[in-house]
Design a protein around this ligand. Sequence first.
Ligand SMILES: [Zn+2]
Length: 223
Amino acid sequence: MSVSEKEAWEEVIRLVVETVSRELSVLDTLPGHSFSIPVEVSNRHCHLTRETFELLYGKGQQLTPIRQLSQVGEFACKETVTVVGPNMRFLENVRIVGPWRKHDQVELSFTDGFYLGLELPTRLSGDIVDSPPVILVGPKQAVTLKEGAIRAARHLHLSPDEAQRFQLRNGDKVDIEVPGTNGLVFREVIVRVSPTGRLAFHIDTDEANAAGIKGTGFGRLVR
Ligand SMILES: [Zn+2]
């Protein structure tokens, strides 16, 4: 085989591999196909306004990022708060997730809610109207939030490109299966498409424990 023939064959093989990989990656997005969606477990955390943070930590204090999260621009901070509920119990070391938000919001599991004496509504992040009040304690002082304690609704993040690949739109609801001895199908998962979104299925610690997920896992669309 001449050098030019060899190069031509290599080009053909490269094209075949590329085409097959592309077709397979589309297969990964189809309901019932391989478990390709990363599952991420959100521990209890809060999002704060700059004003509330400065009340808790002191004027001019800044958030200290310690870990970037999967969603672009979001980061876990060194700073934490103590959350106090109406039955006089509290949870320490509740991590602040940056950047600043327009509203204060504390995301807790149902188990946390029972412990603190809070009846938590299941909401998408940002939807806090009429959610229960809660007290936050920082190193400087305590702050009472008039509302903001929620249980985060299970949701699937995607970038616009990923949404197109999965043929999903913002606000759609899907079912996602996770495998294993304690495997489950999570119903009513809300699809969130955003330019800063990256493919990830977000559940809380109660949901992760129920499905036997430790740390991270993978799921697939079943509908
Ligand atoms: Zn999320």
